[in-house]
Design a protein around this ligand. Structure first.
Ligand SMILES: Nc1ncnc2c1ncn2[C@@H]1O[C@H](COP(=O)(O)OP(=O)(O)OP(=O)(O)O)[C@@H](O)[C@H]1O
Length: 510
């Protein structure tokens, strides 16, 4: 069996009788918990190399190996770029796995499957959520430029990420930012025109066309999410924290204006437009709401948060925007300060512990327990909210070089066309076919997004049905129920994950 050399990708030579065992790694600490599975920091026993192990969740899989994992592996094998996370290999645990108490875990598949990634010290949400954390403008420019470079690369290779958000942007202590979590990603050929699901992208970062029910879309969906991240970095908190889909649309309209056939030709033909078209005119207020931003930042943001996807700026054009050329320039990633590792999962856990301690302290106080308790140290508060103010960083080394100009010149480039790809999930191999394959290739302060954790920032509801109702579901009565995608609402899971995280084989739109 051929095993990939350390740091190399074993793309073509799949082992004939299984991949390496997870026993080649020593798990050190859990660093992530997603819809998809747990993520661990681990050490390769032979070499001492630190990696991230992402366990593929199998417990709920009736149909064998999850399609999202197959897709993530398949897509990551295609991609090889410094701003895209590297999948080093896939390893298995052939024996039934044990839980922390040593009991066998009850999944149907009697082994475990892990993706092995290069290890990254932080995710953007975890990093931003560190107490007292402030990103400087050169630092924001540096991260944004890397995000756009990675995304531009994906789009060139016809990959839509479909889940751009802070916790999926990984950062190492060299200041490198990489796109991760391709579990919702999709390959789309330009010349194909298949329907895709609109139940993707975490709610707060989901573009209006998906919320209105579009099933033909392209890379512009990712650019909306990038706009939300950009504004969030500058503002210090998420800018569109909707409670559910109708509320999300409501917030978008209040900020970006109401869509109509003038500012977005064809919008009235999108399936759910009539259910949601506002009953009164709403002006775009983006310039006003973010008037304190640098004018060049605002200009770029305007082009990212453009309602009409065909007029939204592409990653390629964003990279050559004047914002990245003007002073202060993006800093050199290596000049960025090094921080202790911070992942969203860890900061969230710390905060939970603190809340628990606070609760216990309050309870004790109420019960007037003896003085032993009053000697306990005061509970530390973490995750102080960022202010909107951005100060220059402590060491804003200017980046001498110009922003990378992607191939094809600097012509203005929008997403004029919707793309799609035919060919459903049945193209993917069954679980047996996957087994044993090595895959290779290729100012917050609010932090870990408490579900429905924040008050709406943009005024009243404009929804004809009176706006959001209920929590984390298809709240408003006029939101299509039992539509083509059925199922759960956006509040599922801790991260308000979008829709079909684990679409089963046979679904028509993915
Ligand atoms: N290569 C890595 N290095 C370090 N940390 C990682 C790595 N990959 C993932 N993580 C951590 O684990 C978290 C979850 O990973 P990932 O998003 O890939 O899993 P997921 O199950 O798809 O999660 P979600 O449902 O939140 O999208 C990330 O936010 C990050 O903090």
């Amino acid at each position: 069996m051929a095993i990939a050399a350390l740091g190399q990708l074993n793309t073509n030579e799949l082992p004939s009788h299984g991949s390496r065992s997870v026993d080649c790694f020593e798990k050190l600490e859990q660093i992530g918990e997603g819809t998809y599975g747990q993520v661990y920091m681990a050490r390769e026993k032979g070499t001492g190399e630190i990696v991230a192990l992402k366990k593929i969740r199998m417990e709920n899989e009736r149909e064998g190996f999850p399609i999202t994992a197959i897709r993530e592996i398949k897509i990551l094998k295609r991609l090889n770029h410094e701003n895209v996370i590297k999948l080093k290999e896939v390893v298995t645990s052939p024996e039934p796995e044990k839980d922390e108490q040593g009991r066998p875990e009850g999944n149907k598949y009697k082994g475990g499957i892990y993706m092995v990634f290069e290890y990254m010290d932080h995710d953007l949400t975890g990093l931003a959520d560190r107490p007292g954390m402030r990103f400087s403008i050169p630092q924001i420019k540096c991260y944004m430029r890397q995000l756009l470079t990675g995304l531009h690369y994906c789009h060139i290779y016809q990959v839509l990420h479909r889940d751009i958000k802070g916790s999926n942007l990984l950062i190492d202590n060299e200041g490198n930012l990489k796109l991760a979590d391709f579990g919702l990603a999709r390959l789309v050929a330009k010349d194909q025109n298949a329907n895709l699901t609109n139940r993707v992208i975490t709610l707060w970062y989901r573009p209006p066309e998906l919320l209105l029910g579009a099933t033909k879309y392209g890379p512009a969906v990712d650019m909306w999410s990038v706009g939300c991240i950009f504004a969030e970095l500058l503002q210090g908190k998420p800018i569109l924290p909707g409670k559910d889909e109708p509320d999300q649309l409501n917030k978008i309209f209040e900020l970006c204006g109401a869509p109509d056939d003038t500012n977005w030709p064809g919008v009235s033909k999108i399936p759910w437009y009539n259910n949601f078209k506002p009953t009164r005119p709403i002006k775009r207020r983006l310039k006003d709401v973010f008037r304190h931003f640098d004018p060049l930042a605002l200009e770029l943001l305007e082009r990212m948060l453009t309602l009409d996807p065909s007029q939204r700026i592409s990653a390629r054009d964003a990279l050559v925007a004047e914002y990245f050329w003007a002073d202060p320039k993006p800093c050199d990633p290596k000049s960025l300060p090094k921080y202790e590792s911070s992942h969203e999962f860890q900061t969230k856990k710390k905060r939970q512990q603190q809340r628990q301690q606070q609760g216990e302290a309050a309870k004790r106080q109420r019960l007037q327990l003896p003085s032993q308790h009053s000697r306990l140290p005061p509970i530390q508060q973490s995750g102080q909210p960022h202010t909107a103010q951005i100060r220059p960083g402590p060491n804003p080394l200017m980046h001498g070089s110009q922003p990378p100009v992607p191939a094809g010149g600097a012509q203005v480039h929008h997403y004029g066309k919707h793309h799609g790809q035919s060919g459903g999930p049945n193209r993917y191999p069954s679980s047996r076919g996957c087994q044993g394959s090595s895959a290779v290739g290729g100012g917050y302060g609010i932090g870990p997004y408490p579900p429905q954790g924040r008050a709406p920032s943009y005024g009243s509801s404009v929804m004809p049905g009176g706006g959001p109702r209920g929590q984390g579901g298809w709240g408003a009565s006029n939101y299509p129920q039992g539509g083509p995608y059925g199922g759960s609402g956006p509040g599922r899971g801790l991260n308000m994950k979008g829709g079909n995280r684990n679409p089963q084989y046979g679904g028509s739109q993915i």
